[in-house]
Design a protein around this ligand. Structure first.
Ligand SMILES: Nc1ncnc2c1ncn2[C@@H]1O[C@H](COP(=O)(O)OP(=O)(O)O)[C@@H](O)[C@H]1O
Ligand SMILES: [Mg+2]
Length: 328
């Protein structure tokens, strides 16, 4: 705990963003209330993304009422793997990742064997709002299970790592790779016990890692180094994240993406109140970067210019990249 405080204090001097500033100066200022459902409901996010031609894990079906739970067999069909999640869930809660079938039952990604009835019961809990923000009634969605790209094999334990990029008015400001651990049960959510690793915006090279608020260099399960890893399709991820501003209209978001072995980069979800731990993983405060972007927007506004996705990505890579991108 002490180590964590020391880190936090040192970061404060370097423009760290606290929760009050995030809420007042970014979430409330840039995110219009009426647009929240687009990001707070994963089914609506998916519909929007598809309409915009952005790739997402395929939706197999939606269950909205107790009666529709009878449709589960048909929705799963002959598939051996799939994911069930609450449309309005958060923090990885209520998500079941089924990896295989086993003697008339299912095997989850962390090896737990569950019956069809147990899944039905779980869906019923989702509908009552057990996992939704504010405990409101919710819907369950059944979707394609992402198989992570081979690149992550040595630095990830089960499950799917995800790439989080914080985007201000279409400008990516900070990125982090989140790696599942034995503790996180195949999910990439930090408070479930996943590792957060900073990423250089210019190159897609990983920086240092943080685990349960400590700074680490190796994955606790695989013992491989988490820094210095080159993420593939990096500019593609940057552009995908940047374009999510046009997709949802919210000015301050966390974009969560995954790299599927077959389908390539996919958008998993968008967050209207992205967490602040990304600053520790990057050893850098967010406000230093958000202020630079806000100044840029002001300057462009005065000139009557609006930048494209490509221009926005180039601007932040030049501004915030640790290692300048090599020419050519
Ligand atoms: N379709 C999927 N296939 C495999 N793993 C998934 C899938 N969807 C989610 N996960 C895992 O669960 C984590 C949380 O999922 P996400 O959709 O971001 O929900 P939440 O809002 O709860 O964070 C992801 O980071 C990933 O590790
Ligand atoms: Mg998430």
């Amino acid at each position: 705990m002490f180590g964590f405080w020391k880190t936090w204090k040192a970061l404060e001097a370097r423009g760290i963003m606290g929760i009050n500033r995030r809420n007042a100066d970014y979430v409330l200022k840039y995110n219009k209330r009426s647009l929240y459902p687009i990001v707070d409901d994963k089914i609506i996010t998916k519909e929007r993304a598809i309409a915009a031609g952005i790739h997402v894990p395929e939706l197999y079906g939606v269950i909205s009422t107790e009666k529709e739970i009878d449709n589960l067999h048909d929705i799963i069909g002959g598939r051996n793997d799939f994911v069930i999640k609450p449309a309005q869930g958060a923090g990885g809660d209520g998500i079941i990742v089924v990896a295989d079938r086993f003697e008339g039952r299912y095997r989850t990604v962390s090896g737990k064997i569950i019956s069809h009835e147990e899944i039905e019961h779980h869906i019923s809990s989702i509908l009552t709002g057990l996992y939704s923000l504010g405990g409101h009634r919710d819907r369950a969605l059944i979707e394609y299970r992402v198989t992570p790209d081979q690149i992550f094999k040595s630095i990830s334990y089960e499950g799917v790592p995800d790439i989080r990029i914080i985007v201000l008015m279409g400008y990516p400001v900070m990125a982090m790779l989140r790696l599942p651990t034995r503790q996180s049960g195949g999910k990439a959510n930090l408070h479930q016990g996943a590792i957060g690793v900073g990423v250089d915006l210019a190159t897609g090279l990983t920086l240092r890692g943080t685990w349960l608020n400590n700074i680490i260099t190796k994955h606790p399960d695989t013992t491989n180094a988490v820094d210095g890893v080159q993420l593939p399709y990096w500019d593609g991820f940057m552009k995908l994240a940047s374009g999510c501003y046009e997709l949802c209209g919210l000015g301050y978001i966390g974009v969560d993406m995954v790299l599927d072995q077959e389908k390539g980069p996919l958008i998993l979800e968008l967050n209207a109140r992205p967490g602040l731990n990304i600053q520790i993983a990057n050893d850098c405060g967010l406000t230093l970067r958000t202020h630079a972007v806000e100044a840029r927007i002001e300057e462009l506004k005065a000139r009557g210019v609006v930048e494209t996705v490509q221009e926005r990505v180039e601007f932040v890579q030049e501004m915030f990249g640790h290692i300048p991108a090599v020419e050519g």
